[in-house]
Design a binder for this molecule. Structure first.
Ligand SMILES: Nc1ncnc2c1ncn2[C@@H]1O[C@H](COP(=O)(O)OP(=O)(O)OP(=O)(O)O)[C@@H](O)[C@H]1O
Ligand SMILES: [Mg+2]
Length: 480
């Protein structure tokens, strides 16, 4: 594995070339691995991630063009340069088509070699420093755990700061994963009640029959099962803030009662006539269009107008793409720290993918994608490869069998890092098998594993069965 220094793999059957290129490269700040043939080089590249490969065209075992093909398969992010004493336009074109960044003819022009090494090294350094800059900027522009560099979010942070001292009720709207809960917490933690309770209730998670009792409490004997007096969340949150998440899910009957509490500042426990004074600030959130819900008769207009006196609208991530690099930097840093991985950023190709993805699941989706990609990545940079596996846009073949983790086609869910790791690994391997059309040897090569190592993993991940049944082309047969 490359440490802080970029890694160069030089491949040539001529010892003299290995020596001289190696010397230049070390001087230019590279770690160097030398290989006397193509076969050895491919084996090396399967176990360590190189930043640059310089490879001779003609070698007795496996030739330079085959090595280029292998690099494309193993690590498309790795840069490659072909060296040859038999230059022809055809091989040059072929090499470039296979993704080589350059083509050197022998005898080598050392000035060009030096220049090339410097270019590759500078490129790597640039990516590292851009990334650490973005992480710093992200930190500095953070507001109550929210990252937002662009004008939209900066404006929103300013608005929250101005509102927080005064709001008693607020409505936060925005698509799923845009940060509504973070905003509500920010209103609490920058407001006058920051030392009082913040009580969150997710309206979609409460059983309809229990809503009233949950919010307003009940007295003993109010209904079957009410064996004790119980305060509701309004009483629990007295003097503090109550966060009603997914308010659009609140049943009409409860909506009427909620409105009363907001207007009169008192609650009745279910089964009691006694009014109890409560002083609660209420922040509600929804990803529904409440105005449309009102029009459709599913949400009370009086409650809606009462709540939206202050409305904070969170824009979807696709409308503030300028924040993506900063969110990315922060999430990668966070995951890398947690997993103790040496990750320092993304390759330019991977950045491009993130910059243009639709992000229907907004910041939450970005965060999940990066978390999965970071788990898969084994160098310093998250590459397109890991993203391809981690982005839900690319349908994954399968449900995770037996362990009960994950659901078919659904978002990856795991209860712990190690669960997530297993799920991700399983999906990664299954995907390779599908791509390799069930051919274990090819799948192992794609995964950079020996065949034996692949078998061991298949055993461990309960995928043994999968393979023997994997003969047709449809991914559906997998793991079911
Ligand atoms: N601006 C941001 N900076 C950093 N992290 C963010 C930001 N916005 C959202 N997140 C993260 O994205 C995830 C989703 O945020 P949150 O739960 O606040 O979204 P939400 O709008 O309440 O979503 P839902 O409607 O699905 O409940 C969380 O992990 C949160 O930390
Ligand atoms: Mg939420």
């Amino acid at each position: 594995m490359s440490g802080q220094q970029p890694l160069l793999v030089v491949v040539d059957d001529e010892q003299g070339i290995l020596d001289v290129v190696g010397r230049f490269a070390r001087r230019a700040g590279f770690d160097v691995v030398t290989c006397a043939g193509g076969r050895d080089a491919i084996a090396q590249l399967q176990v360590r991630r190189a930043d640059l490969v310089m490879v001779d065209l003609r070698m007795p075992d496996v030739g330079g063009l085959d090595v280029l093909r292998a690099i494309r398969e193993i690590d498309p992010q790795c840069q490659a340069v072909l060296m040859t004493g038999y230059s022809s336009v055809e091989t040059a074109v072929e090499a470039i088509k296979l993704g080589a960044m350059d083509y050197l003819s022998k005898p080598l022009d050392f000035a060009r070699v030096q220049q090339l090494l410097a270019t590759v090294r500078d490129d790597i350094e640039r990516r590292r420093s851009v990334f650490s800059l973005e992480t710093d900027v992200a930190r500095r522009l953070e507001f109550c755990g929210m990252i937002g560099r662009g004008p939209v979010m900066q404006e929103l942070f300013g608005m929250i700061r101005r509102l927080a001292p005064h709001v008693r009720t607020a409505l936060i709207t925005g698509e799923t994963g845009t940060g509504k809960e973070l905003v509500s917490r920010a209103l609490h933690s920058t407001g006058p009640r920051r030392d009082r309770r913040f009580v969150a209730v997710n309206c979609s998670a409460v059983v309809e029959a229990l809503f009233e009792s949950e919010l307003f409490g009940h007295v003993r004997g109010a209904f079957t099962g009410a064996t004790e007096n119980k305060p509701g969340l309004f009483e629990v949150a007295d003097q503090g803030m109550l966060f009603l998440d997914e308010i659009g899910e609140l049943p009409m009957t409860v909506q009427a009662k909620l409105l009363r509490v907001l207007e009169l500042g008192e609650v009745h426990r279910v089964g009691s006539l006694e009014a109890r004074k409560v002083n609660v600030h209420v922040v509600a959130a929804t990803n529904r269009d409440l105005r449309a819900e009102v029009a459709a008769g599913r949400f009370r207009s009086d409650l809606y107008y009462r709540l939206n006196i202050v409305e904070v609208k969170l824009p979807p991530l696709r409308e503030r793409r300028e924040d993506i690099p900063y969110l990315t930097a922060a999430f990668v840093r966070e995951t890398a720290d947690r997993l103790k991985k040496p990750l320092i950023g993304l390759t330019p190709g991977a950045e491009r993918i993130l910059a243009s993805a639709p992000w229907d699941g907004n910041v939450r989706e970005l965060r999940n994608v990066l978390e999965r990609a970071c788990i898969l990545a084994d160098g310093e940079f998250v590459t397109e490869r890991e993203l391809a596996v981690s982005m839900p846009g690319v349908p994954l073949a399968v449900a995770a069998p037996s362990s009960g983790n994950g659901s078919p086609g659904g978002p990856l869910r795991a209860t712990s890092d190690s669960d997530l790791l297993v799920t991700v690994e399983r999906e990664h391997i299954q995907r390779a098998l599908v791509r390799a059309n069930g051919n274990k040897k090819a799948a192992a090569r794609m995964l950079g594993l020996s065949r034996r190592a692949l078998y061991r993993r298949l055993e461990r991940l309960d995928l043994g069965e999968t393979i023997s049944r994997r003969r047709d082309n449809s991914p559906d047969g997998l793991g079911a």
